[in-house]
Design a protein around this ligand. Structure first.
Ligand code: NAD
Ligand code: WQD
Length: 341
């Protein structure tokens, strides 16, 4: 059993990971400034697990507060989710993204160094592969940022691996997530984007809930089997379980390890729409629009390393992802938006 600090622990992936870690017997402490999470998340986590998770309402950029967090109790490892993640916004406000993602991570690493915490699992992203030349993508593929958000992930990966190389950290897992979707099967936690969703699954859910008229599919003339973009969708509970496996491995491993987290199977936008219709029985009106600038035709993982490195592979199907996303959406439209609770 380990004591693990989750920065961004009230967010989409952090909250699901908190549930999975608790199920493995670990002590979990959440740190979040609630800039993109509902303050109701800790109570919802208690409803799911029966556990009162300690919460630090702290901004990772606040050095004094971060030092106090680490002075309160010892940690075996940190899982670092806290970040800003909107690609479009990162191009509009690069300084803010460098401040929160890069400077914030620097403060976290400094606080970890002072406290002697040497193990980190970091939320990286498939965005570090830029426009991939080949699929499936292995970890050895060239790295390339196509936007400021991706640039911050590359800088953070470099910072962390340099600290491992120089002995200031003992181990780091750089987890490159592909396309996380779905929600906890209880429907109590899930992804709750503010404003118009930029990502496909949340948009699809809002169309299904009749909050939006129709989905616009961004291009049907890609060199893919049906012409629409292909991605590696991954259930967030599978992703949460991957964090358990990675952090447990990190506790007994040295060095930096970059690892893809995906299913290894690519599905097109149209395949996802049809799977959603099958899973929910709801018709999804859609129209074909122009390509979205910067989108790759296809992006899916070679997930073999996660299996050999820490024995993880995704279990849940595309139908599971659609069903659980919709369950969360339909619960959250019945109650006031969790963001406003
Ligand atoms: P999220 O926004 O739901 O979670 C991030 C959490 O961090 C939020 O709860 C937010 O309030 C918190 N946070 C933001 N700035 C903070 C700060 N300065 N101090 C303290 N807390 C702060 O996002 P998510 O989807 O759960 O993503 C988690 C991580 O995974 C991020 O690093 C993201 O870049 C990465 N990632 C996400 C995806 C995806 O599609 N969701 C894909 C690849 C990588
Ligand atoms: C998926 C597919 C779109 C919306 C993004 C980030 C990436 C990572 C995951 C954090 C594409 C199509 C979408 C819509 C559509 N995040 N689409 N209509 O672009 O693969 O990845 O989220 O690290 O960095 O870039 O995900 O869900 O936006 O798009 O047709 O309204 O759906 O063109 O083919 P993407 P997405």
């Amino acid at each position: 059993m380990a004591r693990i600090l989750l920065t961004g622990g009230a967010g989409f992936i952090g909250s699901h990971t908190a549930v999975a870690l608790q199920g493995r017997g670990h002590d979990v402490v959440l740190l979040d400034n609630f800039s993109n999470a509902s303050r109701s998340v800790p109570a919802r986590l208690k409803e799911i697990t029966g556990v009162d998770y300690p919460v630090h309402d702290v901004d990772i950029r606040d050095m004094d507060a971060m030092q106090r967090v680490f002075a309160t109790e010892p940690y075996d490892a940190v899982i670092h989710f806290a970040a800003l993640k909107a690609v479009g916004e990162s191009e509009e406000n690069p300084l803010h993204y460098f401040d929160v993602n890069v400077a914030g991570t620097l403060k976290l690493l400094t606080a970890m160094r002072h406290a002697g915490v040497g193990r980190i699992v970091f939320s990286s992203s498939a965005t570090v592969y830029g426009a991939p030349e080949h699929c499936p993508i292995a970890e050895s593929a060239p790295l390339h940022a196509t936007n400021i958000y991706g640039r911050t992930k590359l800088i953070m990966e470099d910072m962390i691996s340099d600290l491992v190389r120089t002995g200031m950290l003992s181990s780091a897992f750089l987890l490159r997530y592909f396309n996380p979707v779905g929600a906890h099967p209880s429907g109590l936690i899930g992804e709750d984007p503010r404003g118009v969703p930029a990502n496909l699954m949340p948009y699809l859910c809002q169309v299904a809930a009749r909050q939006r008229d129709r989905l616009t599919i961004f291009g049907d003339d890609y060199p893919t089997p049906d012409g629409t973009g292909v991605r590696d969708y991954l259930h967030v509970m599978d992703l949460a379980e991957a964090h358990c496996a990675a952090v447990e491995k990190a506790l007994g491993t040295e060095g930096t390890h970059a690892v893809n987290l995906g299913t290894g199977t690519g599905y097109s936008v149209l395949e996802l729409v049809h799977a959603f219709e099958n899973a929910t029985g709801i018709n999804i009106p859609y129209q074909i629009g122009p390509r979205r600038p910067g989108d790759a035709p296809a992006c899916y993982a070679n997930p073999a390393l996660a299996r050999t490195m820490f024995g993880w592979s995704a279990k849940r199907t595309l139908l599971d992802m659609c069903r659980d996303s919709w369950h969360w959406q339909s619960m959250s439209v019945k109650i006031p938006s969790p963001i406003n609770l």
